[in-house]
Design a protein around this ligand. Structure first.
Ligand code: NAD
Ligand code: MG
Length: 395
């Protein structure tokens, strides 16, 4: 197996840490060429000492100067750059084979798309990129011959449960539909009238997964599952009516594929992102991920329920945006990012999140989506409407 050269975008985040943990176990297989983070300098510095990348990227010039000084002091010749263009540069370096796209939110789109356009093996954790720019992203993958491997656990499970030669044609592969599992998050059983008053820390206390704060809030509203429905639509070329969401609180079955003959194939495992990360890193081989074997006797029983759209209006908003098409998913995503940040900052209540998103979808017509510029224009307009909506909310 030749050594694979990697760029990790978002190396200091939850997915970034899990990625480096898998890489650490296989120094004979993977070499880190570039580590990219935003503001967590101490963590990035420690990662540079351990993995000795050729390049490191941070958010601004001040942090870059500080990191460069510390690395030089430690005797490392790592080149330090900063800003969005540097992320794109790291995603497209000629010596890089594979790019882990694990920046959170819309900020991760340009670099993930650049990796796809450059024909890299793209390990896609940044679901927002596909939600915002699905048709453009998938066309880039097709045109460049890039390999797109989903890191999101549900999509990785579906990828593993589809036929190996699946080429985006459900009928030709005898697939009836996809079943996306969802844990239901921390508020699955919270009385509806108590939901409005939940705090950011309560929303981020996910029962099964340890993740960054934005995706944790998305899991609590189930917007995360809504984004994943849109992600599945683009990844596997499946119409919305053939993507069903199933609440499965144990998070042991990571998703399922229903075939026309009555078979249902699933991928199971402990809820640990190192499994899909190791799967994608080594694909089509298998490597140790450091994940404990699944103990079915400890799991004992699996439970399923239908999502309640009154409790989780964000899930219905995501289906609405997907059906509307064009720029609507980008509008949904942008308004959600603004609303989630406002909730995390204590500026709005949990129950206001879907109100802010619905308002952006109501106010902005879904336009066509042919270029990254159109995506970013829709994103910017939706952020503006979301901010206005928040400012006008009763205190
Ligand atoms: P996180 O908040 O823990 O980490 C985010 C990373 O992005 C950090 O390294 C941060 O430095 C970087 N970043 C943030 N803003 C940036 C910017 N403007 N420019 C450059 N870098 C920036 O998030 P996470 O939980 O690791 O999630 C990352 C992505 O993976 C998200 O899109 C999320 O939806 C997806 N994902 C995460 C999980 C999980 O278990 N954590 C599971 C499935 C999918
Ligand atoms: Mg997921």
């Amino acid at each position: 197996m030749p050594l694979q050269n990697l760029t990790v975008l978002g190396s200091t985040g939850s997915i970034g840490l899990s990625t480096l943990d898998v890489v650490r176990r296989h120094p004979d297989r993977y070499r880190i060429v570039a580590l990219c983070a935003h503001r967590q300098l101490d963590r990035l510095y420690a990662q540079c000492l351990e993995f000795r990348p050729s390049h490191a990227v941070v958010g601004d010039a001040g942090l870059a100067a500080e990191l460069a000084t510390r690395l030089a002091g430690a005797g490392l010749s790592t080149r330090v750059a900063h800003g969005p263009q540097a992320l794109v540069d790291m995603a497209t370096l000629p010596e890089v084979d594979a790019v882990m796209a694990a920046i959170v939110g819309a900020a991760g789109l340009p670099s993930a798309l650049a990796a796809a356009r450059a024909g890299k093996k793209v390990l896609l954790a940044n679901k927002e990129a596909l939600v915002m720019a699905g048709p453009i992203f998938m066309a880039a993958v097709r045109d460049s011959g890039a390999t797109l491997l989903p890191i999101d656990s549900e999509h990785n499970a579906i990828f593993q449960s589809l036929p190996h030669d699946y080429r985006g044609d459900l009928a030709a592969s005898g697939v009836h539909s996809l079943l996306l599992t969802a844990s239901g998050g921390p508020f699955r059983c919270t009385p509806l009238d108590a939901l409005a008053g939940v705090t950011p820390d309560e929303a981020c206390a996910h029962p099964n997964w340890s993740m960054g704060r934005k995706i944790s809030v998305d899991s609590a509203t189930m917007m995360n599952k809504g984004l994943e429905v849109i992600e599945a639509h683009w990844l596997f070329n499946v119409p919305p009516a053939q993507i069903e969401v199933v609440i499965h609180p144990q998070s042991v079955i990571h998703s399922l594929v229903r075939y026309v003959d009555g078979s249902v194939l699933a991928q199971l495992g402990n809820p640990d992102m190192r499994t899909p990360i190791a799967h994608a890193l080594a694909y089509p081989q298998r490597i140790d991920a450091g994940v404990a074997p699944l103990d079915l006797f400890a799991v004992a029983s699996l439970h399923f329920e239908r999502p309640d759209l009154q409790r989780f209006p964000c899930l219905a908003l995501a289906y609405r945006a997907l059906r509307a098409g064009g720029s609507a998913p980008a509008i949904l995503n942008a308004a959600n990012e603004i609303a989630v940040q406002a909730f995390l900052d204590g500026a709005i209540a949990f129950g206001d999140i879907p109100r802010v998103i619905a308002r952006a979808l109501d106010r902005l017509p879904a336009g066509p989506l042919h270029s990254l510029d159109e995506v970013l224009a829709a994103d910017g307009a939706a952020r503006e409407i979301a901010r206005q909506t928040i400012a006008a909310l009763p205190a």
